[in-house]
Design a protein around this ligand. Structure first.
Ligand code: KIV
Ligand code: ZN
Length: 491
């Protein structure tokens, strides 16, 4: 593998082509900045010919003084290249069809016509002072001799780099190893799609066969099944092949969660490196092992990608993890009490419950006979929402016995209710909502919804839940339970 692999990130172009994803210019700038900060070489900021909004985003990114090269997708058209140059990018990702299927069926052109268009566009982009990465679209189904001809001609006219696109994700590592060595007329990039789950393996095969750059996206976003995930490629190179990628890997998780929030594409819980469960342990044997020596059940430490290890409690938990969780929450108990707490945790887990910190505290309080008067008691919640109405909520609670009523507006009824609740306890210091998730437990509109929140106060984090058929009440209940626990802990 080349000593230095270039990372060409296309989250903002191919990633944004994920069905349903559309980013605002400020969001694109924020993602581009994070990408540059972790050490990405090229950020493909979008497609300059697509729309005025897209050009605004590309201009913003190109003018932001990022350490990364800024590229934009262009077709072999002077108009596209003019747009790119006006946006102030460093590089054009010039994409031309390479397979007969794309040349004839999609473009209704001949091979010769495509070559002429591609080569003229290369010359034109070079005259405009742009770096050119010439991509063969659907290269995997192209006649290899024609692809080589197209690429060689492009390089003769000034293309700086080339790119092999496995547009529909049909390559295998073996086929990649065969075809790549015949295309190294200039530094070659590999652009893979994950339709058959081979994007990462094919990217590796190309890098081994002589390619020197990989096209990637954060969280593997991209058309259909997506592209090669940046975080997986980087960590596999570092951990499995001992390659120094130059990427600041501690920033990977933050980047992944930010991109997930901005795009609205959730991270699968079991996704490698960045999924919620990637560094979480529940089963007794695993959790016990990890608490003694983390490497027993972890290939890398979570801190390497900016994460922390989590021990989740459930029906598989053993006494070691329950004891560790209790210790963290400030409880001391003897072996008999511990056994009872473990039994109750398992029985809640058997009901299919995800056990939050607040659940464990409630169990421990009951087993240890600790009677606590909650700081906050919920009295009343009223929410107004609908078309042409700003969602508004009013919440009445007692705080240490005194009644308080607060109202707030929000982006939606849940947001309004949570805000009203937060306002009603401002006198007790700031409690921040770090994470909020909703799971429907059954499938209809009458489904029981399970709301889990993660709250923090003075650096202390805690999870709690509320389960109701009413999502607003489920959310408020989860908040109140968590707030009480944070406040009680302090007390
Ligand atoms: O997958 C692909 O072929 C592409 C090109 C447009 C570069 O994304
Ligand atoms: Zn693609």
């Amino acid at each position: 593998m080349a000593a230095k692999c270039r990372f060409f990130d296309t989250t903002l172009r191919d990633g944004e082509q994920t069905p349903g994803v559309s980013l605002k210019p400020a969001q694109k700038l924020s993602i581009a900045t994070m990408l540059a900060e972790i050490g990405i070489d090229t950020v493909e900021a979008g497609s300059a010919a697509a729309s005025e909004g897209e050009r605004e985003a590309i201009r913003l990114i190109a003018g932001a003084g990022l350490s990364a090269e800024v590229a934009t997708f262009v077709r072999a058209l002077q108009l596209d290249i003019d747009y790119a140059a006006e946006c102030g990018v460093d590089c054009v990702h010039l994409v031309v069809p390479a397979s007969d299927l794309h040349i004839r069926a999609k473009m209704r052109k001949t091979r010769e016509e495509v070559c002429t268009m591609a080569w003229d566009a290369v010359e034109y982009a070079k005259e405009r002072g742009l770096v050119v990465e010439l991509s063969g679209e659907d290269a995997s189904r192209a006649d290899p001799a024609f692809l080589a001809h197209l690429f060689r001609g492009g390089v003769e006219r000034g293309a700086d780099r080339l790119c092999f696109c496995d547009t529909v994700g049909i390559m295998t590592p073996e086929k990649i190893a065969e075809v790549v060595p015949g295309l190294l007329f200039a530094p070659l990039s590999i652009h893979c799609h994950d339709d058959l789950g081979f994007a990462l393996a094919n990217t590796f095969a190309a890098l081994k066969a002589g390619a020197s750059a990989a096209h990637v996206t954060v969280n593997g976003l991209g058309e259909r099944a997506g592209n090669t995930p940046l975080e997986e490629l980087v960590m596999a190179m570092e951990v499995l092949y001992g390659t120094k990628t130059g990427i600041r890997t501690e920033g990977l998780y933050h980047l992944a969660t930010e991109v997930s929030k901005m795009t609205g594409v959730p991270l699968p819980v079991n996704k490698a490196i960045v999924g919620e469960m990637a560094f979480t342990h529940e089963s007794g044997i695993h959790a016990h092992g990890v608490l003694r020596e983390a490497s027993t059940y972890e290939p890398i430490g979570p801190e390497r990608v900016g994460r922390t290890r989590r021990i989740l409690l459930g029906k598989h938990s053993g006494s070691a993890s329950v004891r560790a969780a209790l210790k963290e929450l400030g409880y001391a108990c003897d072996e008999v009490q511990l056994a009872e707490i473990v039994a109750r945790v398992k029985s809640l887990g058997d009901e299919g419950r995800r056990i939050t910190d607040a659940d464990l505290m409630a169990i421990a309080d009951s087993v240890l006979n600790l009677v606590r008067e909650p700081v906050i008691r919920l009295r009343q919640v009223t929410v107004v929402s609908g078309s042409n109405v700003v969602p508004t909520a009013s919440v009445t609670v007692t705080v240490n016995g005194e009644e308080v009523t607060c109202a707030a507006t929000g982006n939606g009824p849940v947001d309004a209710a949570v805000e009203a609740l937060r306002r009603s306890i401002t006198g007790l210091g700031e409690i921040r909502l770090e994470d909020y998730r909703v799971d429907a437990i059954s499938g209809g509109t009458d489904a029981l919804v399970d709301v889990t929140v993660c709250l923090s106060r003075d650096g202390r984090m805690l999870t709690s839940r509320g389960a109701r058929t009413d999502i607003i009440m489920g959310s408020v209940e989860a908040m109140v339970a968590g707030m009480n626990r944070l406040l009680e802990e302090q007390r």
